[in-house]
Design a protein around this ligand. Sequence first.
Ligand code: COA
Length: 556
Amino acid sequence: MSTLAMCVFLGPWMLLKSIRLNSTPCLLLSDWWMQSAYLDSRMPVAMYTSPGVVLPKMHFQDRQGQMRFAAKLIAGVLDFKSMIDSETLPVEYLGGKPLCMDQYYQVLTSCRIPGPKRDVVMNYAIGKTPPSHITVVHNFQFFVLDVYNSDGSPLTVDQIYVQLEKIWNSSLQTNKEPVGILTSNHRNTWGKAYNNLIKDKTNKESVRAIQKSIFTVCLDAPMPRVSDEMYHNKVAAQMLHGGGSRWNSGNRWFDKTLQFIVGEDGSCGLTYEHAPAEGPPIVFLVDHVVDYMKRTEMVRTPMIPLPMPQKLRFNIPPEIKKDIEKAKQNMNIMAHELDVRVLNFTHYGRKFPKSHKMSPDAFIQMALQLAYYRMYQTCCPTYESASLRMFRLGRTEAVRSTTTESLQFTKAMDDPSKHNSEKAALLEKAIKVHREHTHMAIHGQGIERHMLGLKMMAIEDLTSLPEIFMDTSFAVAAHFNLYTSQVGSKTDCVMCFGPMVPDGYGICYNPMDDHINFAVTAFNSCEETNAMKLSQFLEDSLLDMKTLLEQVSKTQ
Ligand code: COA
């Protein structure tokens, strides 16, 4: 039996374990995934692969509030880091099974680095003297902020606040070149500019300082004021791309794994480079930081004066200046292109489907199916991320939410010839099937990563690609018009990401007990998609599904 056939027989578990029947060593499936989904992609990371997280609006409106909040946030992340450093992070569980915690060790002190054909992610935490600084960016200017005292203790909130003030005061001018915006470019374009940039010794040292830092904090300028209704949409855009070159897009280093964003106007959240980790560990970290911030008050303590944080210098030759100009133009086109809607669905949360003995996640997925069907009178390939962290180094599998049963339900829902009891039974059946598929996916019985493994093996073995991968139906089935993920958290936040295909939607949701936060994205250049319209269909679908179940329960 060939290696390929044997892998089909043994399933994805074998691929995950990286066992090859011939003696050639091979990559883990998680490495293949990281390469094919992220590092090989030449699209800009901003908007295309890097998610944003929108936190609730903070009640500060000035620079002091911004500094205080940022200082507490930094202290909170350092508190989380202490659990990583001492390996005391509590193990997470899914369905009673322990999960691989490796991703937590990849998100701090790491950075993506552009390469000619493929990027790499460097983790600088591994080594004898791991970095002890973060980078802070304000008015497009980067600073190194040492966050540990000489005895190894982390700086207090008070100390951090004083250091942030120094940074703020020495970066008042806004006329600096936004060198960070280069990282938002197409990867090949950025890769070329990167090699030019680091030819200069000062630039190289500055870039290394950013790459090696534990994380980055972006102190953002206020964004244009919008109505309360539009506020979360605007913040989601700010987290995803910074709002364009006039606003905060140059106040980023998009290759950095973790960038916390604190705006002077009370907007806050983060963006993260997706290659090293999935959303759930990131929001778990956010939960810890938010909890820490609630517990911690700033106490004025006598302080030994700390040195001025080091400003990172860049020498910008004319060629790089041109690259920056092009990156600005490109970013403005991208920012204009993305339509982001945050829907705070307040009518009910995950308690409701639970009270009807239904899986909340599957219920929401069926609402998405119904919304799409109502908008387009057809269904589409739908991707839902499911965790593979029950396996060592596991990343994600996909659940395909569109099934025969989901279509039967969506068709029946608006069919006047169907009784409510019939519609409810179809909903129940569709949810049951979705839940079964989810169970299979998280237990390594899905097909998507298995197919990826087979394809990568064929490529690596230089055998001809099996015909299935060239088949049009294979491409059609992988054209996910709905690209969705649940990223649940204790914090009332929502993650957001761009669509996977030009004529599709990116949908992320956080089901809380009594409400659900959604972020829906689409591209403005696509005439067929409309994030606001789909959000409206989604809200109506969720309401109609509730009414349906309540009416049926009453008659039983
Ligand atoms: N009756 C009553 N309660 C039910 C139920 C039913 N029939 N079915 C499920 N529930 C309960 C569950 O017990 C669970 O309870 P808890 O809140 O007390 O833990 C809760 O409802 C939620 O379960 P459910 O909605 O079914 O699914 P889930 O929360 O396990 O989420 C996935 C499903 C696929 C999202 C999850 O398994 C997963 O993989 N998450 C990671 C996604 C990811 O990695 N995304 C990456 C993005 S970058």
